[in-house]
Design a protein around this ligand. Structure first.
Ligand code: GLN
Length: 312
């Protein structure tokens, strides 16, 4: 506990919003047509506190593509279904230092996809989700679990799913290379489709902050008060977020902010400060690694003002 009052936190979130709002750095993801067309000026910040209060500033009700942040809930689900050790046995929990879509993440680590928070490991994780062999059952398991983490259901953005499916050639090759190395535990095309669909789920900054709040609150959703996953899994997922959440910029980000956070090319960033808060920031323009520029600046501002560096 950092002895911060909710009002102090709220004031700092509002300040961060005001300071960062007019920043014009970065550009929307353009390799997925849907994402290129989202308004670049959207900006929302939301913080979920352990007592269930949710602070919201800006476009916190806007439904955007969750993209790679979806790798976090699916990794927790796999740990919940198989136990935390399975991550080390079947996927890995290492930094890759590589772009999110790197095929090298498989080849460099001895045929091992490195982490469930990069594309290769995430596709592996999707293949592991139970019930194996049942696409509809897997999809229900993933969306039900996400709904519990966020405290309300998420809806697929059909147009985004179509856009992603039409352009995911690199991910298709990752899925089949993983299959070659026995790192796919279901049908490879099905695992790829589940991965593509989970990336295309719509989420609001408010929902994303509650998801972060649930992780920060050791598996208990602060809003619904439901125990969504075992508390032993919270440090496991947070360690992986800290290790690879910003891809090749993860070390720089952790060195700068000290806040474990996971990004997605839809412009969302999910920050987890264990025991203190979940932070979500959303703004579409990205840096060269696919991480939202304004979201980074806003979270950094909040972290500095409130003293959230986990290493301090
Ligand atoms: N769907 C995207 C992809 O696999 C997700 C990437 C991301 O958000 N970094 O290419």
């Amino acid at each position: 506990n950092k002895n911060l009052t909710n009002d102090q936190i709220k004031a700092v979130v509002q300040e961060a919003y005001n300071v960062v709002k007019s920043d014009t750095g970065g550009k929307n993801a353009d390799y997925i047509p849907y994402l290129a067309n989202v308004s670049s000026s959207l900006f929302g910040l939301s913080v979920c506190l352990p007592d269930g209060e949710v602070i919201e500033v800006g476009d916190t009700g806007y439904v955007f593509g969750i993209e790679s942040v979806s790798k976090v809930p699916t990794a927790i689900l796999v740990m919940k279904q198989y136990g935390a050790d399975v991550i080390l046995q079947k996927i890995g929990a290492d930094a890759t230092g590589l772009p999110f879509n790197s095929i090298m993440a498989i080849l460099l680590e001895n045929d091992h996809p490195s982490s469930p928070l990069v594309n290769a490991g995430a596709i592996s994780a999707c293949s592991m989700v139970k019930p194996v062999g049942d696409s509809a059952g897997k999809w229900k398991a993933i969306t039900d679990f996400l709904g519990q983490l966020c405290g309300s259901p998420l809806v697929l953005i059909d147009e985004l799913y179509k856009s992603e499916s039409d352009t995911n050639f690199n991910n298709r090759s990752i899925a089949w290379l993983l299959k070659n190395y026995n790192r796919i535990y279901d049908d490879p095309d099905m695992a790829l489709d589940i991965y593509t669909r989970q990336c295309s789920l719509g989420i609001t900054p408010k929902q994303l902050s509650i998801c972060g709040g649930t992780i920060a609150n050791r598996g208990v959703n602060p809003v619904t008060k439901t125990q969504v996953f075992d508390k032993a899994l919270a440090p496991k997922i947070t360690s992986m977020i800290a290790t690879v959440g910003f891809y090749q910029h993860t070390g720089d980000w952790m060195y700068t902010s000290g806040v474990p956070a996971k990004t997605g090319v839809g412009g969302g960033v999910l920050g987890v400060v264990p025991g203190v808060m979940g932070i979500a920031a959303f703004s579409p323009p990205l840096d060269d690694a696919g991480n939202s520029v304004k979201a980074q600046k806003a979270i950094l501002y909040i972290a500095n003002k409130l003293g959230l560096n986990i290493f301090d």
